[in-house]
Design a protein around this ligand. Sequence first.
Ligand code: ATP
Length: 245
Amino acid sequence: MSDIAIRTTGLCKSYGDKTALVGLDLEVRAGEVFGLLGHNGAGKTTTVNLLTTLLQPTGGQMVIGGQDGRRNPDGVRRIIGYLPENVQFYDNLTTLENVRYFGRLSGLRRPDARIGQVLEYLDFTGHENERLGTFSKGMRQRVGIAQAILHEPAVLFLDEPTSGLDPQGVRKLREIIVGLNRDLGMTIFMNTHLLSEVTKTCTSIGVLTAGELRYHDSLEATIGAFPDESSLEDIYLHLDSPRVA
Ligand SMILES: Nc1ncnc2c1ncn2[C@@H]1O[C@H](COP(=O)(O)OP(=O)(O)OP(=O)(O)O)[C@@H](O)[C@H]1O
């Protein structure tokens, strides 16, 4: 994969008369953990759904891992993993049955050996034969990560991955995200509201306001560029305010 994992140029999305994303120009380097911040309705889920080819853009270009997302969406799908905000599982099926189902959708013919490795990596061994209907939100998210990384994607997209988790669940998921980046070299693109997560997990951030990317830089540069703001929350509120051009 080239040095740039995700590049968008003038990427737009409208739903009828409603413009959700206005000419997004973005580059995320391979090996980064990028956090897309924004208020409710800013366009974060729309952005992820475009980049994962679940939605068709109304304009612009996007290249993910060297694959042209408009001309070759299947090529993009082969190299990405996606954990949506509300991943749907079959509650009456077991972990193994659910993940196997997703594995076959990804084209893995004999996924069980790989499922075993992934569940072990996620510290989930022992829950293979338990039904999803009995799991906490944190356990379901781990199954969600398992299905998303089964085919060893180069780029992993996460939509509000810690939403609704208790503090232990947040910490566990954070460790997993950081580990996938550090141990397996995955580029991670995550939407989040939780600023505390950004400081502990991300290497770069973007701020989306009403469908426009208002800001994009490394976390380190962001903290250095706003010496008068005492926390990332203050920086975010500054960037997300209408005063910023
Ligand atoms: N299918 C749709 N039809 C019409 N409008 C939509 C549709 N999906 C999203 N929108 C609108 O597009 C805008 C961006 O929505 P989006 O869900 O991408 O924002 P978001 O930043 O992910 O918000 P949240 O944090 O609440 O999930 C919002 O104004 C939303 O109402």
